[in-house]
Write a protein of this length. Structure first.
Length: 239
């Protein structure tokens, strides 16, 4: 609980800015899922929207130490639990938790568990190569397979993601995203995870013929539940 507050809810610290539009989308979902009648019913949210975090997709970019510093600052500002509004940045989850001493509500775990709960056996994921590696591990641990784009299409997908980061969510980009999803379904996916936080900005359930899983939406719902005491907070690393 944030110091100096009589509220029993937990304060949420959000590592964001990767990219800014995706973080704002996450915060909008967080607010909309909170059962509040007054301002005071909402949870306290401390957000670092830091677009200067080095590119998480580039090996050796130095993103980890920057994210760790952000997490430590959020803890110092009064956060009780953390969330990361970026799938790929979860590659540094352990470092983030060690630097802050706070538990993390894990987006990758949350989305993978949702796929399992929907009865999926082979899950298509649209994400960066780093995010795909993380999802492969989490899905395999729950006896599910991963379906990915073939290399050329993966490169094209990343080009589309950078278009979205630049503000293009128009019909052309939406068609491209729907086509990537169709490729995964054709490859045997019986559920699809939009495993890059920019992806849901340009696609949704109507664009996919199988179960559509938005990790940011699920993370927002879970953050509300944890902060309001409706779900236990995750254990802190090493606890």
């Amino acid at each position: 609980m944030a110091e100096g507050s009589s509220d029993t809810s937990l304060a949420l610290g959000v590592l964001g800015g990767m990219g800014p539009a995706a973080t704002l989308d996450f915060l909008t979902k967080l607010q909309s899922f909170t059962p509040a009648k007054t301002d005071q019913d909402h949870i306290r949210v401390l957000v670092d929207i830091n677009p200067k975090v080095p590119d998480r997709n580039l090996a050796g970019s130095g993103a980890g130490p920057v994210l760790a510093e952000m997490a430590g600052a959020l803890a110092g500002a009064g956060a009780d639990v953390l969330a990361i509004a970026c799938n790929t940045a979860h590659a540094h989850a352990d470092l983030i938790q060690r630097a802050s001493g706070l538990p993390l509500i894990d987006m990758i775990e949350t989305a993978s568990s949702a796929a399992r709960d929907r009865g999926a056996r082979r899950v298509g994921v649209l994400g960066t190569k780093v995010a795909l590696r993380l999802y492969r591990e989490y899905l395999a641990a729950q006896a599910m397979g991963l379906v990915t784009l073939e290399p050329r299409r993966q490169d094209e997908f990343m080009a589309t993601i950078y278009k979205i980061k630049a503000g293009d969510t128009g019909p052309g980009v939406r068609r491209e995203m729907a086509d990537y999803a169709a490729d995964l379904v054709a490859g045997g996916a019986d559920a699809l995870i939009a495993g890059c936080t920019e992806a849901p900005l340009a696609m949704g359930p109507k664009d996919v013929r199988v179960a559509f899983i938005d990790p940011g939406e699920l993370l927002a719902r879970r953050c509300v539940a944890v902060c309001l005491g409706l779900e236990p907070a995750p254990a802190a690393l090493g606890a």
